[in-house]
Design a protein around this ligand. Sequence first.
Ligand code: PXP
Length: 238
Amino acid sequence: MKRLGVNIDHIATLRNARGELHPDPLYAAKFVKKSGADSITIHLREDRRHIKDDDAKKICSLKKILVNLEISTNSKMINKALKIKPNFICLVPENRKEITTEGGLNLKKNKNKIKTIISKFKRKRIRTSLFINPSIKDIKTSYELGSDCVEIHTGKLSRLIKSKKNYFKEFHRIKKCSYIAKKIGLEVHAGHGLDYKTTQLLSRVNEIEEFNIGHYLIGESVFFGLSKVIKNFKKVIK
Ligand code: PXP
């Protein structure tokens, strides 16, 4: 059974646009869970452009909700994450000027740093995932570094599909990486830029166990309601 993680960052984006308290990400986390999501994803960015420290603290303290915290490898962020203690952590690269996470982690450049971070999370029994591009080399490195999971960046695949370009090669790259990752003992997740069509296509990849979906899902909920859209995605990944 594949799982759906709902990224609620853009509930905070909407709240921050007005600088007041509504819509509340904490309420959203509870609502999303009630609507059938398997986990909640939040990205505490270094510039705090959407989720803020207080949101992360409150959401991670919810007892009955599994929370996946995305953070950069910056030491201040790591210390914060260790204090907040979410159920899961996904390490992501961060570049202040980007609109969204543009690519996977540079594992080659940050091997030792990431290995140390993973061991700190393991000591706190936090499941760790690395957000990587679909590359066999990065899959193998993730395993060597001690990660529990990999989240494969599906942004390129999504862009190709949306612009009606040939996506065959990229889809097969993801499929092959997922197969190898699972075979060597990593849990496979997928995320970034996913809509119904891309999620449906990726649902055919048996090894993918979790999807983390944000922007499109929240956008669709403006028209059809958050609960309905979550249920639709659950049907798509079934
Ligand atoms: N997974 C990771 C690791 C991400 O960084 C993001 C974006 O924050 C997502 C999933 C969700 O991407 P999207 O908002 O495009 O669905």
